[in-house]
Design a binder for this molecule. Structure first.
Ligand code: ADP
Ligand code: MG
Length: 250
């Protein structure tokens, strides 16, 4: 689904991503691990159009998507989750979901004036969709809660929920488990697996929690110093000498 070819992202003379090549197979939950500073988040940001690469290519379903801006990638179904922005924290959980889909009639003043009825219908459909998403994520009881009042883990579920408001194909998750308790981490893990199996989402997941990676991901790609060091089943990866050395430092 995604092919990354010899990707570089340099900041001045520093090579954050230094010739990384990898594939994310359609239908997979691919793990991306590596020591701090390995270049994982930078790689995500280049794939998701936040940064332009210094060189190299990103291909999605055979199409060169290198350097496309995030909103164009969004329309192609490539999504990267972002933390709930400050300005959305005073909106309810349901409202946060209803904000996501682009191109609503309500966005234009002309339409607001002439098509009140259609807007109301669209809003009702959006609301129903948001409630369905909240049900799926087992947080229906939080629909009317202000997003700012959610726990870290609940916010992560809401981030995942936002990808379900559109027709996502491939979703990039950067450290969904950071600061999340075990119970919620399992709920997030279950939601990822169900989205993968029931809705055909492909995932690429950066995560430090190796239990989480081992349970969810196949294959796992290991990055170190801007390069791909190893790739394979999580069990093999944990035994790989080069991987162990990268983690322990030299
Ligand atoms: P990881 O997510 O694997 O921990 P990052 O991709 O965040 O690693 O960072 C890789 C390296 O690139 C780090 O040394 C970091 O300091 C550096 N880096 C990341 N973003 C920038 C930036 N915008 N400007 C300069 N250096 C950066
Ligand atoms: Mg990172």
């Amino acid at each position: 689904m995604i092919v990354v070819e010899n990707l570089h992202k340099h900041f001045g003379s520093f090579r954050a991503v230094d010739g990384a090549s990898l594939k994310i197979e359609k239908g997979s939950i691919t793990g991306l691990i590596g020591p701090n500073g390995a270049g994982k988040s930078t790689l995500f940001n280049v794939i998701a159009g936040v940064y332009k690469p210094t060189s190299g290519r990103v291909i999605m379903d055979g199409e060169d998507i290198t350097g496309l801006p995030p909103h164009e990638l969004f329309h192609k179904g490539l999504l990267r989750t972002f933390q709930i922005a400050h300005e959305f924290s005073s909106l309810t959980v349901r409202e946060n979901l209803m904000m996501v889909p682009a191109g609503q009639s309500g966005e234009s003043l002309w339409n607001t004036w002439f098509h009140r009825r259609r807007i109301r219908q669209e809003e009702e459909a959006l609301r129903a969709k948001a409630d369905e998403v909240l049900e799926f994520l087992t947080i229906a009881h939080l629909a009317d809660e202000k997003a700012g009042n959610l726990s870290g883990g609940q916010k992560k579920l809401l981030e995942l929920g936002r990808t379900m408001m559109v027709d996502a194909k491939v979703v990039f998750l950067d450290e969904v488990g950071a600061g999340v308790n075990r119970t919620l981490l399992n709920t997030i893990g279950d939601a990822i697996v169900r989205l993968n199996r029931e809705r055909g989402y492909t995932f690429c997941v950066i995560e430090h929690d190796m239990d989480f990676i081992g349970r969810l991901c196949d294959p796992v790609i290991v990055m170190a110093e801007g390069k791909v060091l190893a790739e394979g089943h999580p069990d093999e990866i944990m035994k790989n000498e080069a991987v162990i050395e990268a983690y322990l430092g030299r």
